[in-house]
Design a protein around this ligand. Sequence first.
Ligand SMILES: Nc1ncnc2c1ncn2[C@@H]1O[C@H](COP(=O)(O)OP(=O)(O)OP(=O)(O)O)[C@@H](O)[C@H]1O
Ligand SMILES: [Mg+2]
Length: 220
Amino acid sequence: MIEIKGISKQFQNETEIDYRDMTFESGRSYMLLGASGCGKSTLLNMIAGILSPTKGSITIDGRDMSAATQKERDRFRIERIGYIFQDFKLINDMTVADNIGILRLEGVDISGMDEMLKHLAIYEKKNARVKHLSGGQKQRVAIARALVKRPDIILADEPTGNLNFAIGEQVMRELCEVSRGKTLIAVTHDDRLAKYFDVIIDMNEMTSGMRDTVSEQGGV
Ligand SMILES: Nc1ncnc2c1ncn2[C@@H]1O[C@H](COP(=O)(O)OP(=O)(O)OP(=O)(O)O)[C@@H](O)[C@H]1O
Ligand SMILES: [Mg+2]
């Protein structure tokens, strides 16, 4: 379970974002909606331990991550969190296999790579350089790289943002399929994808003072 309590983030340029309290239960899927700039990526970065909140606490399975050292947070992220970044963070000149293989440097077991690539229908591109892939194919590689270590927490930042609706829906369906039983927090602007998630959290409504709008769906 991930508990967000009383957090705010202030950047050096004085931008300050206040977050309402949120709880993400283990094994459930959450869709995070909100206007551009409202702080969705910043929230995922704080959950991942890449950024620290200025105030408040983030607790994961009872462990206060804000009290941990950066080294402990990095280790936790490597072991437990799969992060699909908004801009992929793939290395364009390297092949798909090498982009995933590089995780071995962090001690990640990548023995599930082929299976994951097959699951995401990208296996035939395993030895292609990333720069020769389409947007949807890169997105699948980013998902495969995040999930190959079988993390129990998956953070996905606009995993369908660069795709047309049909392909985006297919990728989202695949992401939800491979994330089943894990905690999935996915940012998306497209509310047509809401049906794939257990809970919808609208950060626009939260910041404008409508506090009880976290909606529960009955599951997919
Ligand atoms: N490293 C940074 N330094 C200064 N300000 C930042 C930094 N990162 C984000 N911000 C600011 O914090 C706010 C939230 O940014 P964030 O990237 O979290 O928004 P977002 O909700 O993910 O937006 P989008 O939907 O466009 O991706 C913005 O006003 C942004 O300018
Ligand atoms: Mg963002």
